[in-house]
Design a protein around this ligand. Sequence first.
Ligand SMILES: Cc1cc2nc3c(=O)[nH]c(=O)nc-3n(C[C@H](O)[C@H](O)[C@H](O)COP(=O)(O)OP(=O)(O)OC[C@H]3O[C@@H](n4cnc5c(N)ncnc54)[C@H](O)[C@@H]3O)c2cc1C
Ligand code: FES
Length: 509
Amino acid sequence: MNDVEKPDLKSGVSSLSLPEDGKLLGVVDGEDVVVVRRGTDFFAVSAHCTHYGGPLAEGLLIEDTVRCPWHHACFDLRTGEALRAPALDPISCWKVEKHGDKIFVREKLKPSAPKKVVNAPSSVVIAGGGAAGLAAADMLRREGYEGPLTIISADDAPPVDRPNLSKDYLAGTAQEDWVPLRSSDFYRDRKIELLLSSRISSLDTKRKIVVLENGKQIQFDALLLATGAEPIHLPIEGATDSQVQYLRTFADSKAIIARAVSAKRVVVVGASFIGLEVAASLRARGITIDVVAPENQPLEKIMGPEIGRFIRKLHEDHGVTFHLGQTVKRMDGRKVILSGGQRLEADFLVLGVGVRPTIALAEQAGLAGDRGIAVNEYLETSAPGIFAAGDIARWPDPHSGERIRVEHWVVAERQGQVAARNILGRREKFDAVPFFWSQHYDVAINYVGHAEKWDRIEIDGDLNARDCAATFKRDGRTLAVVTISRDLQSLQAEADMEALQATQNQKIA
Ligand SMILES: Cc1cc2nc3c(=O)[nH]c(=O)nc-3n(C[C@H](O)[C@H](O)[C@H](O)COP(=O)(O)OP(=O)(O)OC[C@H]3O[C@@H](n4cnc5c(N)ncnc54)[C@H](O)[C@@H]3O)c2cc1C
Ligand code: FES
């Protein structure tokens, strides 16, 4: 809809044009605004999500919130607050005036005042400057925590939009200054001390001290461990260091881009999400790509054979060549020799063969582990006052009934947010339905829930027409839903899983 077609909400629109629980996209002083009707209440909020600008007019309304169709951020319609990541900033809200049958939107409301905290810890240290760490620091300040707050990160870059490193930034369609999650002003204004290039080498849970590799000791009252994961390294016989690239950090992505400038052929090892996103982004740079992976279909273990076949075809249609059921045996100069004997040419390799959680610190400190760090429903580790969030944390997921650990951006951020509130004594359970997205060329795949094993996949719609929802079931129960071009259905699936859980909780109570 262009601006000419959008009603000017300042001049008023008929309230009758809005059905109950309906949305209307209009403009106020040149800004896109959505008017939402919930029963007899009307709300007016920004039309664009503060994450990547997703269209909130196409989102899902749940109680007095709106959820973004792209990556499921959630905003409070009354205050504009970003209640759930991946959006961290609020949307603007306007006052809605009702005169007779007409509603008018004229006045932008002031952001709500920060909350007041009681019983706050005397200091908070966050180990890790990634998704969970940044979201936690942001939430601590939003919740009104005013005490000393330090993020300690082994990375030399401030917290970055990691998913972008394999997508638009790597493809050359996102500028470098889009990658940091926050500007330096953010840390200064909120008095968040950001210690970069600072690896914590040990943790003393009794004395409440972390020790950095340079010997510096930092005391904490509350601690969040958010040390994420690191790529699994695969030794490749005959390959020089400069021929092998991994992708986790901003520096890694920059290094691949620097090499891609003069490269003609790249071999991607691993048909994981990251491997395939790298393949797509390097294809956008005109590089010839071979993908080598041991499985029969890419992503088959996570998405099943049909979606795996679809993803493979999608990449093949963009010129990627797959060598499946194979591994790289060795390198000889620019020649890559596969287990089946085939020889490929490559200027360099990108290895995307999985990650392992960075738990050395927690292990050294004697925290209980469980193929990651074991946390309870409040994301607290076996040491009281020490929380863990993100790729390292294995938590009791109420939806699957299993203790799970995932490597999803949104989950890491949301766990960071819940851990922050629990550091402030809220005792909030982490019960969000896991969600992730992945982007391949112009196809976005959304996944809600968690299915490690299933006995049935029901596909509704047409996969090849890129318009479908696949429901993963076990014993008749929905565990996960994958959607392509069905954003609202993905949001609804998430809401249904939450509602089911709420009903079960009520029965138990
Ligand atoms: C290229 C790429 C693309 C991705 N795309 C997607 C996507 O599209 N969708 C999705 O859902 N997920 C995606 N992911 C996964 C997602 O980025 C992770 O799940 C998420 O970053 C995990 O957040 P985290 O805070 O747990 O860890 P991280 O973001 O990895 O942060 C960990 C931090 O801890 C620091 N650290 C580690 N050890 C120490 C130590 N001893 N002392 C101090 N600091 C330490 C690290 O330097 C880092 O700053 C992607 C990941 C990558 C690498
Ligand atoms: S654009 Fe709204 S959540 Fe990403």
